[in-house]
Ligand binder design. Structure first.
Ligand code: ACO
Length: 448
């Protein structure tokens, strides 16, 4: 079948958030460190009545309703998440409640996890299924759901939380260019969760940043090589209308785009003008190891690529800057930002995506866009996403309240036999929430 890809999207994020500017003051960080230094505006977090299961129940129910999809028409459901609530029972099985109600239990797929990459693994599984001989004509559904929380320290402002659902099938307005996928996978300890009693990761932020950029280089080189072999022309960032990156924090996205620009310079592409070529020449003979450590190259290439960043990257940064790192959902929240901001002019355009999950796994791939047909049209997706209204109706809490919630959740993590406050005053109607965990660790949810 033709044009397999994303037919529909919906997104949910908690209505509770903390402003990065207030967090800087609270943490005693220098002014501008989180807002300019990390490039973040605001951070969403789950209150004690929400978690990755409730968020994914909410977003799946909402997508099916808003696009009028009969639950019987889903043949595969894949979840990407790195937030561990149960070491055996998949989040997918909780979501089955929605489908059991309509008598549909014939749904393949379970959860995929490797840091922030699980959502991409889930997406590729669904696309492969639709393109395979096993496909039975029904839709695939991908859910990315995570709550990113960090121990006290420099990584804490890079948290966030959200769930995204994507309906997969043929004749999609956001369709895969399947031939140009390129991956880079390796073994490193940059971010991992070895302490099963804690929700917090062990993270080496500086190493993670270098691993991310090395993976980006490797994927981009291979993506370009595959494109060039098939099309017979050089690929450069001029051939991408938008570049969408996994966003642990916005500064890394700025560095990533500058890195692609530097790659284009090294490959002598016409996307780099003569003035920039002259300015980058002093860096041409660095070893790749030296190039990751050079502050002058980092800052210089960011400045030289800035005019292109504003056009090709900035439209994708809206949700990641406002919500923070949503782990598996981050890349797709960035994609949702482009669709929301630019839906009227996307037909015929190409979006290049870079997915990164620490540890590490990474893939670069691309979408071709067309307006599509209602309800699976870019216009309708943008209207369902309703980003501005959702962001504006959020409740800004104080850093103290945010820290109190994290402390409470440290006790609740892995605990049994408790009831939540059931305070749902801030949740929009239709939102699922946690009511209690019984003495057998069974979790109970209700819908507002
Ligand atoms: N005004 C403006 N900029 C400032 C200020 C200020 N007052 N203070 C610092 N900065 C800049 C720094 O120059 C730096 O920017 P640069 O890299 O462009 O030079 C930036 O702010 C960060 O400052 P650092 O001192 O480097 O920050 P720190 O070491 O305290 O922590 C880090 C930053 C490493 C990103 C940390 O937040 C972290 O570890 N986060 C987690 C990262 C992560 O999740 N990695 C996994 C990625 S993959 C995944 O998503 C799982």
């Amino acid at each position: 079948c033709k044009d397999v890809g994303i037919l529909a999207m919906d997104m949910y994020f908690p209505p509770t958030c903390v402003q990065q500017e207030a967090l800087e003051v609270h943490d005693g960080a220098s002014k501008g460190k989180y807002t300019i230094g990390l490039g973040q505006d605001c951070m969403a977090f789950c209150s004690e009545v929400e978690d990755v299961i409730s968020m994914s129940l909410t977003v799946v129910k909402s997508l099916l309703e808003k696009y009028h999809i009969d639950p019987k028409l889903i043949g595969r459901l894949e979840v990407g998440s790195e937030t561990v609530i149960d070491k055996s029972k998949s989040i997918k099985t909780w979501l089955m409640q929605i489908f059991e109600e309509s008598g549909n239990t014939d749904i393949e797929g379970v959860d995929s996890s490797n840091a922030c990459y699980g959502g991409t693994a889930a997406l590729l599984n669904c696309v492969n299924w639709v393109e395979s001989r096993c496909w039975d004509g029904r839709y695939g559904l991908v859910v990315c759901t995570d709550s990113a929380v960090y121990a006290e320290g420099p990584a804490r402002p890079t948290g966030g939380a959200a769930a995204i659902a994507m309906l997969i099938g043929p004749n999609a307005p956001i369709s895969f260019e399947s031939k140009y996928r390129a991956s880079h996978m390796a073994h490193v300890y940059d971010f991992y969760k070895p302490d099963l009693a804690s929700e917090y990761p062990v993270v080496d932020g500086k190493l993670s940043q270098t691993c991310y950029l090395m993976a980006l280089d490797s994927c981009y080189r291979q993506y370009c090589a595959k494109y060039e072999k098939l099309v017979g022309e050089q690929f450069s960032i001029s051939d991408a209308d938008y570049c969408v990156f996994h966003s642990p924090y916005n500064k890394l996205v700025q560095k990533s785009f500058a890195r692609l620009y530097f790659n284009d310079f090294m490959r002598n592409c016409s996307s780099v003008d003569n003035d920039a070529k002259e300015k980058l020449q002093p860096f041409a003979n660095l070893t790749s190891e030296e190039s990751y450590q050079s502050r002058d190259l980092e800052k210089g290439s960011q400045q030289l690529a800035k005019h292109l960043y504003d056009i090709k990257v900035q439209p994708s940064t809206l949700l990641p800057k406002q919500i923070g790192n949503m782990y598996t959902a981050s890349l797709y929240a960035a994609l949702a930002s482009v669709i929301y901001n630019k839906h009227a002019s996307l037909s015929g355009q190409r979006i290049v995506m870079f997915s990164y999950g620490s540890g590490l796994t990474s893939t670069m791939f691309s979408f071709k866009l067309n307006e599509g047909q209602h309800p699976f049209s870019l216009t309708n997706i943008a209207s369902v996403l309703d980003v501005t209204a959702k962001l504006e109706s959020r409740h800004v809490t104080s850093p103290e309240k945010f820290i109190d919630t994290l402390k409470l959740m440290e006790h609740r993590y892995g605990a049994k036999d408790f009831e939540t406050s059931k305070d749902i005053s801030l949740l929009p109607p239709g939102t699922f929430y946690l009511t209690k965990v019984d003495s057998m660790y069974r979790r109970f949810y209700e819908k507002k």
